[in-house]
Design a protein around this ligand. Structure first.
Ligand SMILES: Nc1ncnc2c1ncn2[C@@H]1O[C@H](COP(=O)(O)OP(=O)(O)OP(=O)(O)O)[C@@H](O)[C@H]1O
Length: 396
């Protein structure tokens, strides 16, 4: 049995898993995004050959290909450097604002670090000094800076000013910004907005487009005859339902193919199982990215039935962890938010004239949620958490 799996023989479905894991190593063009790629390429050419700076803002919901397009352009520019001498002076920096910490300090220091190829202090340097440092190394060079998830930077105090400084710096710097929040411009000051170039909207893919995208992945990554048109349409339709999220579609196809491995054909039941797993995975990811007190609140909620008890348990947990607990009112707001995120479900029950209204909470996959929370809080807090949570914070 294991040898079959190790060798990959009979019933194999996946021809090349790399297609799903690192699609840019396989895709030579990006379907449905040709226009934005061509227009950006022209702007880059004017920048490199005719000294015309540019800035762009790529806006669109998750999974619409923004990062994919940017990384594709980045790679292509690196390739062109080998063929066109004028491109040799181009320096490219890609960074995800959220992943580096999201603050103006963090973003500017990482840009300075990447452009100067040296270690730059993250603290104790004022923002202007970073910009000076960047300008210093830029003499005779041209930089293209890609700022992914720029909304996290812009929402920080002084974040939009960083953009202003980069866009207005007396240096050859062009910037492509990416945001999942399509209202990111509302967070920018007028002077920042006026130095910003055009926005490009990445429209969600529709089911037909998603199907075509999936067909490419299937063609490159799967063995012929292990899937049919119907299965691709099914995955495309499901992924188009929320908003045309290509990441979801591609992940579902890959997971379904893995589940069908050894069987030789992807069936609807494999896709359905992949969907359940995907939703669960997403829920756990959402939990991991919650703010600290939301995690503590959720930890208390999963071991209680109603909100009043949950708040008591939460308060006790906070005491043990030497954290100041939030008031019942604030706690109750958090509970409502968790319900809005779809992490828990609130049920309001009227317990008759004497009982009043009681808010009950329901959590799916309770054990999994507890496990993820405990691992995550433990990581965040060190040993103190494990000790405090041993008895689930319940009243003794
Ligand atoms: N036009 C496309 N052709 C092929 N694959 C695509 C296309 N658009 C998106 N994808 C696939 O979807 C994945 C997610 O896309 P991408 O990372 O660009 O999303 P995004 O718009 O940047 O959203 P997020 O901000 O959530 O990352 C890509 O890794 C790629 O596998």
């Amino acid at each position: 049995m294991i040898r079959e799996a190790l060798k990959g023989g009979k019933g194999e479905v996946i021809k090349n898993p790399k297609v799903f894991i690192d699609p840019l190593s396989v895709f030579t063009e990006i379907p449905f995004r040709e226009d934005v790629i061509r227009e950006t390429a022209i702007a880059v050419r004017y920048f490199v050959k005719n000294e015309v700076k540019f800035s762009n803002l790529f806006l669109g919901l998750t999974g619409t290909g923004k990062t994919f397009v940017v990384k594709y352009i980045y790679n292509e520019i690196e390739e062109v450097k080998k063929e066109d001498e004028e491109y040799s002076k181009v320096r490219q920096v890609y960074l995800n604002s959220r992943e580096v910490g999201g603050t103006p300090q963090a973003v500017l220091s990482v840009i300075a670090e990447k452009l100067t190829n040296s270690i730059v202090p993250r603290h104790g340097v004022n923002l202007g000094e970073y910009v000076e440092k960047i300008k210093g190394v830029m003499r005779g060079k041209k930089a293209i800076i890609y700022l992914d998830e720029v909304d996290t930077l812009v929402k920080r105090r002084g974040g939009d000013i960083v953009l202003y400084q980069l866009l207005r710096a007396d240096a050859d710097i062009s910037v492509i910004m990416i945001s999942n929040d399509i209202n990111v411009r509302d967070y920018m000051e007028p002077r920042v907005l006026s130095s910003l170039g055009p926005s490009v909207i990445f429209k969600p893919y529709d089911a037909i487009q998603l199907k075509e995208i999936l067909a490419k992945y299937a063609e490159y990554g799967l063995i012929g005859g292990t899937y049919d048109d119907e299965i691709l349409s099914y995955i495309a339709a499901i992924s188009a339902r929320e908003h045309g999220d290509a990441r979801k579609a591609v992940n579902l196809l890959f997971r379904a193919a893995q589940l069908a491995s050894g069987i030789g054909f992807i069936r609807k039941e494999h896709v359905d199982k992949a969907i359940v797993e995907y939703e669960q995975e997403r829920l756990l990811e959402a939990i991991k990215s919650l703010p600290f007190h939301y995690k503590l609140a959720l930890r208390a909620i999963v071991v209680s039935d109603d909100v009043v008890t949950a708040h008591k348990i939460y308060t006790k947990l906070c005491d043990k962890l030497r954290q100041k607990p939030l008031s019942y009112r604030r706690f109750s707001d958090i509970v409502s938010e968790l319900d809005m995120f779809g992490i828990i479900k609130i049920k309001i029950m009227n317990r008759g004239r004497a009982g009043g209204i009681k808010k009950y909470v329901e959590v799916q996959d309770r054990d999994k949620v507890i496990k993820v929370l405990d691992e995550n809080l433990n990581e965040e807090m060190g040993y103190g958490y494990e000790d405090a949570s041993l008895d689930d914070g319940k009243e003794g």
